[in-house]
Design a protein around this ligand. Structure first.
Ligand code: NAD
Length: 427
């Protein structure tokens, strides 16, 4: 059974802070922009939120019902676009917050998309491959009425990967009767994916940090970096930063982390983590907790795990002078204020992790045209868009003497507001 609502769902879960945080950032900047107040509520509210039940036959014969969501925040600038998360912590509030963040991100890097996000409450590590496939196919079937290459295009996020996107493609294509490459991005290259998509978020983050450091006449070789989260974003960011001379001094995943001020071999750490199930005990490094990682001695901190990990209890103790948000919403508004007061520069999520959706856009364009690019073209175009976006944010921050998050939100909100105003209200 599925249910759609066109109004904000009641928010009363223990997780509702994330939606409040996302709104806080929007409202703080909207108020400072002196835009028509009449549009404020329309821009804040998600356009549609869908909740679905996904009954799945488990390997032991039981039927387990999983709850799934798809939140579509705003489509003034184009079809909805945003990731799909599999995690036990997924909830309605979280997908609404992530959908809103996605709207601003897509507008900031000037992609012709609106913002959306989806999720299924499950522990993907506890599902067999067959169970995960059946769950994915059932979820796609349930959200069929609101997705499509010109409507809403999902992509990987926490707990999902290229294989999940391949099942997504196949299920949707089977239902419509033709191969619809444009319905989902982050697919394996063998079934219409784009080269370079898997590493794209980490690569975009590297592009942005390098460009920022250049404004301080520094290079990546001059900095030590700590990365929280060792999945798609954290691993690829650490790998690419280290390849360009940065010293990676700390890494962590949900089980804890490691610190080595002499520098960590990122590829070897990944091999070790795969073999041992955790980073603990890697080479000569010291084992640390996730909190210790956030406050360790380093120049640059990259939170690339989950939202709200950098809160007001940790922020006063952060030693890094630069925070680059690989994750979506890792810094709470109170922590953001504390860090700014302490002179820490934050490169916000909607800029720093936009490389993933940018290459997803390339993949969508390639799939719609059935014409595929080589790795060099993907990397060059990604670098161009990330650097152009950083330059725009940097110029806005200089011009209005504000922090990078305010500058990024100002650019993004003004683009979405302009598109909404020009299109007007129907009817
Ligand atoms: P992933 O599932 O590949 O990896 C997540 C990593 O974070 C894992 O190493 C996990 O162990 C770790 N982790 C989870 N909870 C943690 C915690 N409380 N403390 C420390 N580590 C923790 O996910 P991902 O795709 O790398 O996404 C990470 C973040 O980046 C999310 O906020 C996601 O929304 C955001 N993001 C992802 C993409 C993308 O292309 N995958 C794009 C933009 C933003």
């Amino acid at each position: 059974m599925s249910q759609t609502t066109d109004r904000l769902a009641p928010i009363g879960t223990s997780h509702s802070k994330f939606w409040q945080n996302a709104n806080h950032y929007f409202e703080r900047v909207y108020d400072s922009m002196k835009l028509d107040h009449l549009w404020r509520a329309a821009l804040a509210a998600p356009k549609r939120v869908m909740t679905v039940s996904c009954p799945v036959r488990m390997d032991d014969g039981r039927i387990q019902v999983f709850t799934g969501y798809r939140a579509q925040h705003n489509n003034a600038r184009g079809p909805f676009k945003g990731g799909l998360r599999y995690d036990t912590s997924v909830n309605l509030d979280e997908v609404m917050a992530l959908a809103m963040i996605q709207t601003w991100k897509n507008a900031l890097v000037d992609l012709p998309y609106g913002g959306a996000k989806g999720g299924v409450v499950c522990d993907p590590k506890k599902l067999s491959l067959g169970e995960k496939e059946r769950l994915t196919r059932r979820y796609v079937t349930e959200i069929m009425p609101i997705i499509g290459p010109q409507h809403d295009i999902p992509a990987p996020d926490v707990g999902t990967d290229a294989q999940v996107m391949a099942w997504f493609l196949d299920t949707y294509s089977s239902m419509v009767g033709y191969q619809a490459l444009g319905v989902v991005t982050g697919k394996p290259v063998a079934v219409g994916g784009s080269v370079g998509r898997e590493e794209a978020t980490g690569r975009g983050l590297m592009n942005v940090l390098r460009k920022f450091l250049a404004t301080r006449t520094k290079t990546l070789s001059d900095v030590t970096v700590a990365v929280q989260g060792f999945g798609n974003v954290g691993y690829n960011a650490a790998r690419l930063l280290s390849q360009r001379g940065a010293t990676i001094v700390a890494l962590s995943d949900r089980n804890g982390g490691i610190f080595d001020d002499g520098g960590i071999d990122v590829e070897a750490a990944m091999r070790y983590c795969k073999e041992n199930g955790s980073l603990a005990g890697f080479n000569d490094s010291d084992d640390i907790t996730n909190e210790e990682l956030l406050t360790c001695d380093c120049d640059v901190l990259v939170p690339a795990a989950m939202e709200n990990t950098l809160d007001e209890s940790v922020a006063p103790h952060v030693k890094a002078r630069t925070v680059v948000e690989g994750a979506n919403g890792p810094t709470t508004p109170k922590a953001d204020e504390i860090l700014r007061d302490n002179g820490v520069t934050i490169l916000p999520d909607i800029l720093a992790n936009a490389g993933g959706v940018t290459v997803s856009y390339f993949e969508w364009v390639q799939g719609l045209n059935n014409y595929f690019w080589d790795a060099k073209r993907v990397q060059d175009e990604l670098q161009r868009i990330m650097e152009r976006s950083f330059d725009a944010v940097n110029a806005k921050a200089d011009e209005t003497d504000c922090d990078y998050r305010t500058a990024a939100y100002t650019i993004a909100i003004s683009r979405v507001a302009e598109a909404s105003r020009l299109k007007g209200l129907f009817p």
